[in-house]
Design a protein around this ligand. Sequence first.
Ligand code: MRU
Length: 366
Amino acid sequence: MLINQQPYRTIWHDAAERYVEIIDQTRLPFEFVTHRITSFDMMLVAIKSMQVRGAPLIGVAGAYAIALAMKEAPSDSHLSQSAALTIACRPTAVNLAWAVQRMQNKLMPLAATERPSMAWREAAAMAEEDVHQNRAIGQHGLKLLQDQLFEVKARTAANPLNVLTHCNAGWLATVDYGTALAPIYAAHDADMPIHVWVDETRPRNQGASLTAWELARHGVPHTVISDNTGGHLMQQGLVDMVIVGADRVTRDGDVCNKIGTYLKALAAYDNHVPFYVAVPSPTIDWQIRADAIEIEHRQPEELSCVSGLTPEGGLSHIRLMPAETPILNPAFDVTPARLVSGFITEHGVVQTAGLAALEFSIRNID
Ligand code: MRU
């Protein structure tokens, strides 16, 4: 990603392996701030408070949390304890548990003295893999968008291909490129006329605050809509495709993603709009069934309050409802496989029926 003409990733570490740097996503879109994370505890705070967020990114952040923990004390007990604490930070996105488990598998057989340097190397390798996977998702998704452009007849800048997305599954949700937005960036870079409908994504507004911000940095035409608008636009023929990311996909093709994704999938199905899920393989949980996925419930204040700029330019947090109002705030929902047209993976585009073959080929590559 390019920010003010400077290339950035969402997470990186210093050459001497003393600290990790992150972009603080709680300050966007109003301020671009990076933080230096120097301890295991600081990384847990960054994950829990959503300074870093998005399934692939919290996976890599979790791996770096273990690297920081190993710098502090590389014993067996500290490794197990820090792994459990990291996984508990956010339960729904499988990438976090997957990454921490991979770190444990790599580090546990080693002598304690060898663990710190291996931990930094493994976390950095995961960051690199994430970038490669997302770049490949971008190329496979580009082909899909080109086919769709052909299908809906040639479009022009004045009448572009319209893609709707939910939440933020872009640069900021990954180490770089994004998942759902990777094909969109690739299409824009290939001069394809493309426009993005960005769901605001209440309650935290990751669409309005993060997706809109990064699309603007890359110069991709986009419009923010309220979460209730997508179905109406589909009825008007103004959505050619939906592309979302995922926090966990089951081997049956059920998709757990940001709350509200299910309603978009239902509307897409009813209006014959293709509904695609961009998903790197670490986001596929080959073991779990949809009804066993733990849905994270977040603080009531996310729903009862909004944050934004005052006319004077200060950041303010205001309440929208009576203080005593009861609130339910599940952060994710599950879209059944029957509503999904296909999965854009780093290995190509597959339908639900193709996931088993994908698992087989991934295991053979590994
Ligand atoms: O709660 P968040 O902001 O971490 O949720 C993020 C999402 O739901 C994304 O759509 C998902 O992680 C896919 S990101 C490539």
